[in-house]
Design a binder for this molecule. Structure first.
Ligand SMILES: [Zn+2]
Ligand SMILES: [Zn+2]
Length: 466
């Protein structure tokens, strides 16, 4: 099989010892095939055709028969022309000579030329890409089918590239939240007191390194110049859209390989441009933290200044100042200055925290689990209801769970210091923590009461739920 021609290219054996680092060995077999694939040969029409659409050139031959086109192309691999369909005038066919036969494709134009998924600036580019793809996929079908079976990824790819960042293969690191059984409701009052004493001082997160899993954010990508897949080490062939690239970490792989890459994306800070409106898991992984720094820093600042301030979480700060805090976080990350000298009004900090939560592309209580929480809130029996909420919490992504846990512990302290539970607090926090997957005025109005209840229950029972 053709794959054997590859052996000369892999100079040394792969090593699994991470200390024994060797540069990746890129396999050029597919690159060589691309180099030797047939080049496009445009067969031009001797006369000017009046029916020629302006986006086609002299390769347009008008309404000629399939057989005539076949004759014009015969003998030259890569030869192509465009003809108008005789049966369906107005539609166009690309006739292309490959593998000693004429292939006919329905050709479309909508500002770009295409016969399938890929869109091209010119017919010439389309034909170049088609010839590369046809040639490689015909010649190396078996090789391509097998190229993902022995990936270099584990040995030399992504993990080695990350070696400097001291990030090793990531495993699901969240310690399972403890299972709890719920006490009868009348014992609640006594239960609430103890954890509050336990948590009078803000806990310092012992875990500094973030071990959450994160899936890569692959998008179809056009590579300029030759590129090799960082999963299978093979060349990414074609003229455009040769593979996919992760927008968060920059990993480049074949589309088929992207399905096999583990969920170990380590976002690159240079690619994560913002703090606000950035996906929660992406942000914490990029900063190698347990929770978003906005949540930690705002809560620490609020607790530092004392939480007795009248109207905290109810009165909103000036929106321009809140916007200022957002910009500071987007610009400076965890170096943002949110101290009293920068923002004397604590409501600005509380406002920035609420804005951060509200602006998350996926809310803290995810769209996926939203209904589960709303349904839980509908349960009349208090114990069963709490069990159902607990079930929901266990299914949250780790970064979301950690954020919520930290936030609820803070709000619990806040409620105790403020005296009685402040109904307006959860009135305002409900919609920042959970939103229905589809915004519909009626649903949100109906759900509003239940959202508040969920937040209220999570604060009141924070000690047993988390
Ligand atoms: Zn990634
Ligand atoms: Zn690959």
């Amino acid at each position: 099989m053709a794959a054997s021609s590859n052996s000369s290219l892999s100079g040394s054996s792969l090593s699994s010892d991470p200390e024994d680092y060797q540069p990746p060995i890129w396999k050029s077999y597919l690159y060589q095939l691309q180099q030797e694939s047939p080049r496009p040969k445009r067969i031009t029409c001797p006369q000017e055709m009046e029916s020629r659409p302006k986006y086609y050139g002299r390769e347009f031959h008008g309404r000629v028969s399939r057989e005539y086109a076949d004759e014009l192309l015969a003998g030259a691999e890569g030869a192509y022309l465009i003809r108008e369909s005789q049966r369906q005038p107005g539609t166009h066919t690309l006739a292309l000579r490959f593998g000693h036969q004429t292939l006919n494709y329905r050709l479309f134009y909508d500002g770009k030329h295409f016969v399938g998924e890929k869109r091209f600036e010119s017919v010439h580019d389309l034909v170049t890409d088609a010839l590369i793809t046809l040639y490689i996929e015909t010649k190396a079908a078996e090789y391509i089918a097998r190229m993902t079976t022995n990936p270099i990824y584990e040995h030399l790819g992504y993990t080695s590239l990350l070696k400097d960042k001291t990030v090793h293969r990531l495993s699901r690191g969240r310690t399972e939240p403890r299972r709890v059984t719920f006490q009868r409701d009348d014992r609640r009052a006594a239960e609430i007191a103890s954890p509050l004493v336990r948590r009078t001082v803000l806990k310092d997160a012992p875990e500094k390194q973030c071990s959450y899993e994160k899936i890569h954010n692959f998008k179809v990508h056009t590579f300029r110049g030759p590129h090799w897949c960082e999963y299978c080490a093979n060349f990414m062939w074609g003229l455009i859209a040769q593979g996919v690239r992760c927008s968060d970490c920059g990993l480049n792989v074949h589309k088929q390989c992207s399905k096999l890459v583990p969920s170990d994306c380590q976002p690159d800070l240079r690619r994560i441009k913002k703090v606000f409106s950035c996906d929660l898991t992406t942000l914490v992984k990029a900063h190698n933290a347990t929770r978003p720094m906005v949540v930690d820093m705002c809560i620490q600042e609020i607790e530092l200044r004392g939480m007795k301030s009248e109207g905290l979480y109810r009165v909103s700060g000036f929106s321009e100042h809140i916007e200022d805090v957002r910009l500071a976080f987007d610009r400076d990350g965890d170096k943002a200055d949110i101290s009293a000298s920068a923002y004397a009004d604590i409501n600005i900090i509380a406002g920035a925290l609420k804005l951060y939560l509200r602006d998350l592309p996926i809310p803290v209580i995810t769209f996926e689990l939203y209904t589960k929480f709303i349904q839980a809130a509908r349960i009349p029996n208090a114990d069963t209801r709490l069990e159902a909420i607990h079930e929901g919490l266990l299914q949250l992504p780790p970064a979301h769970y950690e954020t919520l846990r930290y936030l609820m512990a803070h709000l619990k302290r806040f409620c105790v210091l403020q005296g009685d539970h402040d109904a307006e607090t959860w009135d305002r926090l409900g919609p920042t923590l959970m939103q229905p997957p589809e915004m519909n005025a009626l649903t949100s109005l109906n759900d509003m009461r239940l959202q508040k209840l969920v937040v209220q229950l999570m604060i009141e029972h924070e000690d047993v739920l988390f």
